[in-house]
Each structure stands twice: as C-alpha cells, then as structure tokens.
Ligand binder design. Structure first.
Ligand code: 5RP
Length: 272
C-alpha cells in the first residue's frame, strides 16, 4: 500500500491495536439541523479531544472546526438528496478531490445504497472515488447506507460490505447485526459500525462492546454520543471499550457513576 495512504489510514485506525473511534457529525448533509447538532461547533468542541477522527462535510469543517486542530478529517463527499427529496439513494460526489486535498482530508467518505433504485449510480460513485483517492494517497470509507425497506441482517449487510471492499474501499462502515462476525469475515477490509438512533447509554455501550467482540475495527458514532445528556462521558466510555477493552459495566461505571449518580437513575434520565 502506498505510504501516504497508509499514513492517513493509521490516523483513523490505530495500527497498534487495529481500532479507532470516529466521531460522526455529517448528519446535516441530508437531515438539516438534527437535534443537538443544530450548532455543530458547540457539539464538536468538547468531544474532539476524545475522537481519533472526525467525519463531516466540507461546509461544517470550514465553519466549525479550527484549522489548528490536528484531528484526522474523514470528509463526506457524497450527497445531493434530502429527507424531503425523491429518493435518498440518489447521491452524487459533492466535493472534488482537489478540495479534499486543500482541506487536508485523511479519508473520503461516500455512501452506497445496495439494493436501492440508485444502486448502480452510488457504486459507480464509489469506484470513481477510489480511483481518485488512490491517485493522491487518500483512503476511502464506504458507508453502507440502508434504505427503509432493507433488512439490516448479516446477509444484506455482508453483501453491501463485500461489494464496497471489492470496488476498492479501504474501510467500510455498516450496522451491527446478529451474526455480525459473518459480515466481518466476508469483508477483506476493516469494518466499523455506526451507532444508529439514540439508545439508552448502556445499550449503546453494549452495542459497541458486541461489535468489537465480533470483529469490528471500531465505531463511526454520532447520535449515541452527542444526543446523550452526557456526551463527553459517553465518548470516553465508548473509547474505553474500543481501545482499552473495558466491559460495558466497567465503562459505564467509570464514566457515568463518577459523579455519584445512581446508575438506574441515570439510565432512566437518558432514555428518550
Ligand atoms: C449518515 C452517516 C452517519 O455518520 C452515521 O450513520 C453514523 O452516525 P450515527 O451513529 O448517528 O448513526 O453516515 O449518513
């Protein structure tokens, strides 16, 4: 593998333990001002020091993250549809490779919608992006986006992850599911998981623990961190599972019980 590409990847997935914590704040690219991400700068700032990498669009990067910050940037470069549009899968590449280089991106992120109306277009986008990224030593993260009608099971997610890797993605993001180890085994590049909709903190930590146990190389987590009432504690707890091998109980007690709030109260308090 090319030196630059390997160097960029090593900022995202730690080469010592093969794990990484990516903080996802790209949701606005199709959702608009999502709850607790209305002011991205305010959301991102306290969490940044605990993230190995930050996933976002160029617009939020330019306006909401200081250029002096040394966190590796995973630049979302696909989009073009909104939740109000015809079909979310109708995506194109929205940011040029020159712009990604100017912004010092460590990785390019793009969604693929396997099984959707625009499957071909999004797979074609991925292939083209890999060609461009490889030309300049920038790895590509394929986001296996799931349409409402798709089952999030190991057969479907395994298919989407494998196709992403076959087309040249260097890293794949998917969802945790039953028999997740089959998804990982069938995918020759590292797999990281999205957190999905907000869960009670302990459930999200459990999801993290199970994914790591079953072979995930880390998380690309958003809502379960910054929609928590204690986002800093949450990202630290997630980190402690991903990097330090803590159990769910250990992680929860280390970060949520340190203020002496009984854990049962805390879980109720944070459940929406
Ligand atoms: C949206 C994304 C998000 O970055 C991804 O889903 C991770 O965020 P969350 O943990 O909130 O699901 O790619 O398309």
């Amino acid at each position: 593998m090319d030196w630059g590409l390997k160097n960029r990847l090593s900022g995202i997935i730690n080469q010592q333990n093969g794990k990484g914590v990516m903080l996802a704040v790209d949701h606005g690219y199709f959702l608009g001002p999502t709850e607790r991400l209305e002011n991205p700068e305010k959301t991102i700032k306290p969490l940044l020091r605990y993230a190995d990498s930050l996933m976002l669009t160029r617009g939020v990067l330019r306006r909401c993250v200081a250029p002096e910050s040394n966190v590796p940037i995973v630049l979302r470069v696909s989009g073009g549809s909104s939740i109000l549009g015809e079909d979310l899968s109708k995506e194109t590449i929205t940011t040029s490779i020159e712009e990604a280089i100017r912004l010092n991106a460590a990785c390019l992120a793009i969604s693929i919608f396997v099984g959707s109306k625009y499957e071909h277009q999004t797979l074609n986008n991925l292939s083209k992006l890999v060609d461009q990224g490889e030309k300049f030593g920038i790895p590509v993260l394929a986001v296996t986006a799931v349409g409402k009608e798709m089952a999030r099971d190991s057969r479907y997610l395994g298919l989407a992850c494998r196709i992403a890797a076959e087309l040249g993605a260097h890293l794949v993001k998917t969802y945790y599911c039953e028999n997740f180890e089959e998804v990982v085994q069938g995918c020759p590049v590292p797999v990281i998981i999205a957190g999905g909709k907000k869960l009670p903190e302990k459930d999200a930590l459990n999801l993290t623990f199970n994914a790591i146990r079953d072979g995930a190389s880390g998380v690309d987590m958003g809502r379960n961190i910054w929609q928590s009432d204690q986002p800093v504690e949450m990202i630290q707890a997630v980190r402690s599972i991903v990097h330090d091998g803590l159990s769910v109980e250990e992680a929860f007690n280390s970060f949520f019980n340190k203020k002496g709030i009984p854990s049962n109260e805390l879980e109720t308090m944070n459940t929406r």
